[in-house]
Design a protein around this ligand. Structure first.
Ligand code: AGP
Length: 608
């Protein structure tokens, strides 16, 4: 959940470190800090709140050979100055930044305190720097002390250590939190996310769990906790820097909403086999889709909502029994994994701790797992070993938008391929589905033209205290997603329910102050949705209907009607998501919220 950045090179400018963590600020922004090896001691600056626009005075005119930086999302200890990273030893000649959770920090802290170590923070991370000092006091080298410390830690870490005694070397380690090293001429750079590395180099090495590296301006030595040496292959980063810049939009979320015609195109590129009425997903062994007797989907948040849509797709198109599990529940329950159970992990970041743990638990119980992931090289992608990348580029806004629609596209492609392989979908039907997929980007572009009209609706409803979203079948998970979008960026309480559940309790909420977003684009259940709207209307509810172009059945019952282009029911959540994203975005922006960095949230929940 935090962002780590480090750089080692001769006569380096501290601004490099500031720019580096600024590109990681979406991962957490409670507080931040920078440490460089200056002259006779480490020079450190820490602050609470957002990263300063200007270089702190401490670093004015300074240069460094090695430096680390950190932007924090609090897990243990409030966002205070003492709790901000880097954490230092008592002598002030060692500094460390950490991303992750040290589960056994209390016992380590108690032992170190008894040994006379003084703690300044409430964080779990601080135990690591004192543990390193403890091992140094036992006569170990810095590298050995670092290794012994990592071997003593239970939990997850992305760690970077700087020492004033060895200005040419930085030590980094990774277990459960991402760490990527960029390689350049006369420098090395590392970060929690490759987006922060791209301005310096595209040649990178991903650290795996349990791996460490000692890096200097001209050297990078990788090693494991057991001292064995891993063979590391350099990879080339392909996405471009502008993908992580605003390009004239006010917020990344707005930019990413409007990118969706392109990202849906990119997600399908090279995967639609038009003439054969099927798809080809290179990263998935087709036999898994043939043999699967059951599918278990694991995900969190928005990715789980995509999974709920995927469930309907696999069952309706391919006849494969499918269940969707909150990853955190799955990992602690007693999941039944039968032979030929296929697990599908859905994760934009590929680093969500609960989803990663769920994959490991499923594999431990004998399941094959495939990942539907956006971040190439991420933990979930690598540990699944196979799957489908979204190819939507970095998603910076904390509220997931373009990743969600492409997750649903990928799930639809998998369901079509499974159905065709199992002989449940004819060539003719396959061609119909592929045609519908191929037309999606244009229909998404048309739907985005609703932006100004939705902004006007947002203006009218931005001061509501509560919202209710209702839908059925494919639009039930969409109701959940619409509610999540609104609540997480505008802080308005919002709830999504199956419209069929209205009479089983939620209808008690209906009154003249409650806006109800009614998702009613599917012919199959339109009559039922109209009945729901009558029930709401009769109790004074304010109706915002999302319907299919040409459907006027709700015009006389709704305060607002949003019409989206007609599309196969199975694809309606993709188009239907767009007005809900826009509504949430405009309401949040009008309320003056920090749309890209909503309070209390971070882009990737890499801790439980
Ligand atoms: C979505 O808008 C939220 N930011 C959040 O629910 C997110 O979807 C969830 O944390 C899962 O993240 P992942 O897709 O990276 O695993």
């Amino acid at each position: 959940m935090c962002g780590i950045f480090g750089f080692t090179g001769r006569n380096s400018d501290p601004q490099t470190l500031m720019d580096g963590i600024r590109r990681l600020e979406y991962r957490g922004y409670d507080s931040w800090g920078v440490a460089i090896n200056g002259s006779d001691q480490l020079e450190i600056h820490k602050a609470t709140g957002r990263i300063a626009e200007t270089l702190p005075e401490t670093f004015q005119g300074a240069s460094f050979r090695s430096g680390i930086a950190h932007t924090r999302w609090a897990t243990h200890g409030a966002p205070t100055l003492d709790n901000a990273h880097p954490h230092t030893n008592q002598a002030g000649d060692l500094a460390l930044v950490h991303n992750g959770i040290i589960e056994n920090y209390k016992s380590l802290r108690s032992k170190l305190t008894k040994l006379g170590f003084a703690f300044r923070s409430e964080t779990d991370s601080e135990v690591a720097i004192h543990l390193i000092q403890y091992f140094l006091d036992q006569g170990l080298s810095l590298k050995e002390a670092f290794l012994q410390t990592l071997n003593s830690i239970e939990g997850t870490y992305g760690l970077a250590l700087i020492s004033n005694h060895q200005p040419d070397r930085l030590l980094i380690g990774r277990l459960g939190s991402p760490m990527v090293i960029g390689q350049g001429e006369g420098f090395h750079v590392f970060a929690s996310d490759p987006a922060a590395i791209i301005p310096f180099t595209r040649r990178v090495v991903y650290l795996e769990d349990g791996e460490c590296a000692e890096v200097g301006p001209d050297q990078m030595n990788c090693f494991r906790l057991d001292h064995s040496i891993p063979v590391k292959q350099s990879q080339q980063l392909t996405f471009d820097l502008k993908a992580v810049e605003l390009n004239g939009f006010e917020f990344f979320m707005e930019k990413e909403i409007y990118e969706q015609p392109q990202t849906i195109t990119d997600c399908m590129r090279g995967r639609l086999c038009q003439g054969e009425g099927t798809v080809r997903l290179g990263g998935v062994d087709p036999s898994l889709l043939v043999q699967a007797k059951r599918i278990k989907i694991l995900a969190c948040g928005t990715s789980l909502h995509a999974g709920l849509i995927g469930k309907y797709m696999f069952e309706m198109l391919a006849g494969i029994p499918t269940e969707v599990n909150y990853a955190a529940e799955f990992r602690y329950a007693a999941p039944v994994i039968e032979p030929d159970t296929l697990v599908i992990a859905i994760s934009q970041s590929g680093e969500t701790a609960d989803t990663l743990a769920g994959v490991r638990e499923a594999q431990r119980r004998g399941a094959q797992a495939i990942g539907i992931v956006n971040a190439v090289g991420s933990s979930i992608a690598r540990e699944c070993g196979q799957g489908v990348f979204l190819h939507v580029g970095p998603e910076i806004g904390v509220a997931s938008t373009k990743a969600f629609t492409s997750q649903v596209v990928v799930l639809c492609m998998l369901a079509i391929q499974a159905s065709r392989l199992r002989g449940r979908m004819t060539l003719r039907d396959g061609l119909i589905y592929l045609d519908a997929l191929r037309n999606l980007p244009e229909l998404a572009r048309q739907t985005l033209e609703l932006g100004p009209a939705i902004a006007l609706i947002a203006e009218q409803y931005k001061d509501a205290d509560h919202f209710l979203y209702i839908g059925r079948l494919f639009e039930y998970p969409l109701a959940l997603e619409g509610a999540l979008k609104l609540k997480e960026i505008s802080y308005i309480h919002a709830e999504g329910i199956s419209a069929a559940e209205l009479k089983h309790g939620p209808i008690a909420l209906i009154d003249k102050d409650l806006p109800v977003v009614v998702l009613a684009t599917q012919d199959k259940v339109l009559d039922k949705m109209i009945s729901n709207v009558h029930e709401i209307k009769a109790r004074g509810g304010r109706i915002i209907s999302v319907v299919r172009e040409g459907c006027d059945a709700l015009d006389h019952l709704s305060e607002e009607v949003i019409s989206i282009p007609p599309v196969l029911d199975v694809l309606t959540p993709i188009l239907g998501a767009i007005p809900l994203q826009l509504l949430a975005y405009h309401i949040a922006a009008m309320r003056g919220c920090d749309v890209d960095r909503p309070r209390n949230l971070a882009k990737s929940v890499t801790v439980e």
